[in-house]
Design a protein around this ligand. Structure first.
Ligand SMILES: Cc1cc2nc3c(=O)[nH]c(=O)nc-3n(C[C@H](O)[C@H](O)[C@H](O)COP(=O)(O)OP(=O)(O)OC[C@H]3O[C@@H](n4cnc5c(N)ncnc54)[C@H](O)[C@@H]3O)c2cc1C
Length: 377
């Protein structure tokens, strides 16, 4: 008889690591299949809200590279605005090779089995059991969790590829150089339409990047190079890493017979901030909870997962999408009268750390953005 795991998780990013940790923690046998060797690089700014700590019994301190408690905004590299975030605790800046490896190592410590350097090629369901074929063999499980990110195939294989998302593109570079203000995150809004540039601090390294959504054939490299020079740094000899982003645009079905999607494979990225790590950790946790219920015979548990993601994440993403639409329709005005207000900075910081949620603040923010009179008041 072949070994049949309770669950196979495809992908060992934050979504897969979270699902695996929560499943293993409950005593379920879980196999994680990751096509890359770990630790692996992932293009990402690495901003993570410390809210996530409450979802795990893990000390994330060794995987946090820097802590941010202030931001600096610019418009076309001018009109600089410095603002303290005034948070209960600072925003984490992580390097994804370290952070993702830390999480999956803890999942393994809980009992998960990890196979790296092994790529899933196809999946098949027969007799209530999954057969997952990789470039190295076959594996079996009762349940499948697709956590294979924006470029993964599991959504397509499950017939769930038509998620409500807008595809964005982003480039990240890591420039190894001392960071003069390791507590400051930089955002630049005037150099790209429907997106922004960032320079996030890491230990002895700048994560500089650019993201833009909903447009085709945008030149991201020229503004990225100019923004890098703005910090007295150079892109010469630095590898540029492009990656798609699946930004939430509406609730989608995230489950199939004996299967779920979590993380960016589920299209959960915040359409205003492009934040995806925290939502991936969150949906990985919810998927594991749903799996545990399903294993006990709750036939509705996987459908309930789709509903729960819609209710608890989609509810906020709906507001984030509205704010993004209003903001990017008139970014110049929104920058000068909205973003640079001290109260807006405090709100954004509290959103990113998880102290508050979009549905609590977006109606008021939208009223300001769409009403010129309130913008000027
Ligand atoms: C440039 C850039 C900057 C970003 N900055 C931020 C930020 O500052 N903060 C934030 O919160 N979010 C940010 N994001 C978004 C964030 O990086 C993603 O949303 C997040 O990585 C999604 O996590 P995940 O676990 O779903 O997928 P991933 O992290 O992409 O992990 C998926 C894993 O699945 C593996 N895989 C894929 N296919 C297979 C297969 N067939 N077999 C086996 N394994 C497979 C991959 O190798 C990968 O390791 C950024 C994204 C980009 C592109």
């Amino acid at each position: 008889m072949p070994l049949v795991h309770d669950a196979i998780v495809i992908g060992a990013g934050p979504g897969g690591g979270s699902a695996a940790w929560h499943l293993a923690r409950r005593g379920h046998s879980v196999l994680v299949i990751e096509k890359q060797l770990l630790p692996r690089y992932k293009p990402c700014g690495g901003g993570v809200g410390p809210e996530v700590r409450g979802w795990f019994d893990i000390d994330f301190t060794p995987a946090v590279s820097a802590m941010v408690d202030a931001v600096r905004y610019t418009w076309n590299m001018g009109e600089r605005v410095d603002a303290p975030l005034e948070l209960r605790e600072p925003l984490w800046m992580v390097r994804r090779d370290e952070f993702d490896h830390h999480l999956i190592t803890h999942a393994v410590n809980q009992g998960a089995t990890l196979r790296t350097g092994e790529s899933v090629q196809s999946i098949a369901r027969d007799g209530g059991r999954w057969t997952v074929t990789t470039d190295q063999g076959v594996h079996h499980a009762r349940l499948l969790i697709g956590a294979d990110g924006a470029k993964g195939q599991t959504a397509k294989w499950l017939g769930l590829a038509k998620r409500e998302v807008v595809i964005g593109g982003a480039i990240e570079i890591e420039v190894n150089a001392p960071v003069p203000e390791p507590n400051v995150a930089h955002f630049e809004f005037g150099m790209v339409n429907n997106g922004y540039l960032w320079n996030f601090p890491k230990k002895d390294c700048h994560s500089i990047g650019i993201g833009a959504w909903g447009q085709k054939s945008v030149d991201l490299r020229t503004p990225l190079a100019a923004y890098t020079r703005y910090f007295g740094l150079s892109m010469d000899g630095v590898k540029q890493h492009g990656h798609p982003l699946l930004l939430w645009q509406g609730n989608s079905t995230l489950h199939a017979d004996g299967a779920m999607l979590c993380g960016e494979a589920a299209g959960i990225v915040d359409p205003f901030t492009a934040e995806g790590i925290r939502p991936s950790l969150f949906t990985g946790m919810l998927a594991a909870e749903a799996a545990a219920a399903w294993f006990t015979g709750d036939a509705h548990a996987l459908a309930a997962y789709s509903e729960r993601v819609a209710n608890e994440h989609g509810r906020d993403m709906k507001w984030a999408a509205r704010v993004a639409k209003a903001f990017y329709a008139m970014p110049r005005l929104a920058y000068s009268v909205g973003i640079t207000r001290p109260s807006a900075t405090r709100t954004m910081g509290r959103l990113l750390t998880g102290e508050i949620k979009w549905h609590e603040v977006a109606p008021r923010a939208l009223a300001r953005l769409v009403s010129p009179r309130s913008l000027l008041s």
